[in-house]
Design a protein around this ligand. Sequence first.
Ligand code: PMP
Length: 299
Amino acid sequence: MKESDSIWMDGALVPWADATVHVLSHGLHYGTAVLEGTRAFETATGPAVFRLDEHLRRLFRSAAMIGLSIPYTMDELRAATLETVRANGHPSCYIRHLVHRGYGEMGIAARGCPVTVSIATWEWGALLGAGVRLMTSSWRRNDHTVVPTAAKATGPYLNSVLAKSEALDAGYDEALLLNASGYVSEATGANVFVVRDGRLFTPPSSAGALEGITQDTVERLAADLGVPVARQDLLRSDLYAADEAFLCGTAAGIVPVFSLDNRELGGAGPITGKLADAYDAAVHGRDDRYRTWLTPVTT
Ligand code: PMP
């Protein structure tokens, strides 16, 4: 990961090395933070942020779910995001918004801890490569009765970190997490889709999955390609028996699942390929139907 020049922190751009926090920050001790991962892509008319408003809206929803009040408006954060990408001169980049409780009173209560907002950007390739070998994790997905699973909050990511480490240590690329009832939830940082008989299936957010913006994008692209899509509970065996399966997320893009638990799924199939091509055209501004999803960085 290449360092950028500046990070936006609480209203101003500061040099990368100066974007630091106190070791007694509440978020560091108790996971009281929400985050977003967004991308800016190269287009013929310069860099543009993909579905920026949807990402910012999810940031505000996540904050509301864990009781954090963001001391900026949507408009202010949109402007700050574009300013940060512009200031760093990225042709394309990953964008990490973080809203965390900072240093104030110690203790769980979180009273008197200020809320800090930061926007960091860096140039980052696709996270999972050309395809993944998945293992079913021995860790179950966070349950919605324990933490709000639809919130993209840092505390619950410990669940993903444990599952990812377990998968890597066992020689796989990524983990598939089942929820407490045994239904498929998602991967550690991406949603999952299964293709069967020309139809697409993906677990609902009630399965403990994040409401993925790429998942939503795939559903729209599939509809425009005439491929039926349904959100429904899936079993692990639905993947074993799938014609195709893929993961999707902002950092990962659309990535074929090569195998689950060493059962081969046959590599990248035709529907995954078509969706990946449509996604690539949408994010790079080559398909006018999806232009409104792109916010140009240069104004
Ligand atoms: N699930 C999890 C747990 C994630 O971390 C991510 C990445 N934000 C996703 C799904 C995919 O979400 P999106 O498409 O909005 O990046």
